[in-house]
Design a binder for this molecule. Structure first.
Ligand SMILES: [Zn+2]
Length: 248
């Protein structure tokens, strides 16, 4: 069974940027375990890179089965706590659109905050965790005393209000490494090295005028739908690092 799953299931979220407003899709159940359901094909975004995974509903023969946060290891797993789902059964998979869109907004907002903190103070983002209502990121500063949350909030909202276009690129090594807009290129090159192969491609997310960085998460197509970024509490994490909580 295992070989068949690996042969048939495609990493859709890696092939295509999952974006917002995911459409329902049909799939066949390939495996049911205590941990959840594996489908013949899945357009769900699995948790990763600080972004929570999709949730949603399977519909089949007039019944509905809710699935929890999708994750990925060797294949994409849809946790289902109850119901009598069978191998070979066809299901309509309806992704929770509101949750996906909220997390895409958060993810685009996080890129703006990360980029503007880097522009103004040279801060490096060393961690992040997105949530539907609140997200956080850890920013490491050369001189942390210079940081001002109000300035960061104003800088970030400037880019939100501009309605900057968000573009998704699939680029090779040369294009990435020769583009001066890519920050921290030594770090980016290590990601390219890890992909391996003769011409590794990396998904680059560009927010026009402010950011261009590798990312496999979900994003909006422009910045204004974010609405407004509000920075909440700021925690001292030591070693020149602040943990910044934000809402949109
Ligand atoms: Zn990202």
């Amino acid at each position: 069974m295992a070989w068949r799953i690996q042969m048939s299931q495609t990493r859709r979220h890696l092939e295509h940027h999952p974006g917002i407003n995911p459409a329902p899709f049909k799939a066949t159940i390939e495996s049911v375990t205590d941990e959840g359901v594996i489908l013949s094909d899945s357009w769900c975004y699995p948790k990763g890179g600080g972004q929570p995974g999709d949730t949603g509903i399977f519909q089949s023969d007039g019944e509905e089965f809710r699935f929890g946060e999708v994750s990925a290891s060797s294949h994409i797993l849809h946790p289902v706590s109850s119901g009598n789902l069978q191998v070979g059964q066809e299901v309509d998979c309806v992704i929770d659109v509101e949750r996906r869109n909220a997390l895409a907004s958060m993810h685009s907002a996080a890129h703006i905050l990360s980029a503007t903190a880097n522009e103004r103070w040279g801060a490096i983002t060393v961690g992040n965790q997105l949530g539907v209502t609140e997200s956080r990121m850890d920013l490491k500063f050369e001189n942390r005393d210079e940081f001002d949350a109000n300035i960061l909030q104003d800088d970030a909202n400037h880019w939100v209000n501009k309605d900057a276009e968000i573009m998704i690129h699939e680029w090779g090594r040369k294009q990435i490494m020769t583009d001066d807009r890519v920050r921290n290129r030594r770090f980016v090159e290590r990601i390219i090295d890890r992909i391996g192969g003769s011409d590794p491609r990396l998904r680059m997310v560009e927010i026009e005028g402010i950011d261009l960085c590798p990312c496999a998460g979900t994003h909006l197509s422009s910045t204004s739908p974010i609405g407004d970024i509000t920075i909440g509490r700021v925690q001292n994490k030591g070693k020149g690092t602040f943990r910044i909580y934000f809402e949109i």
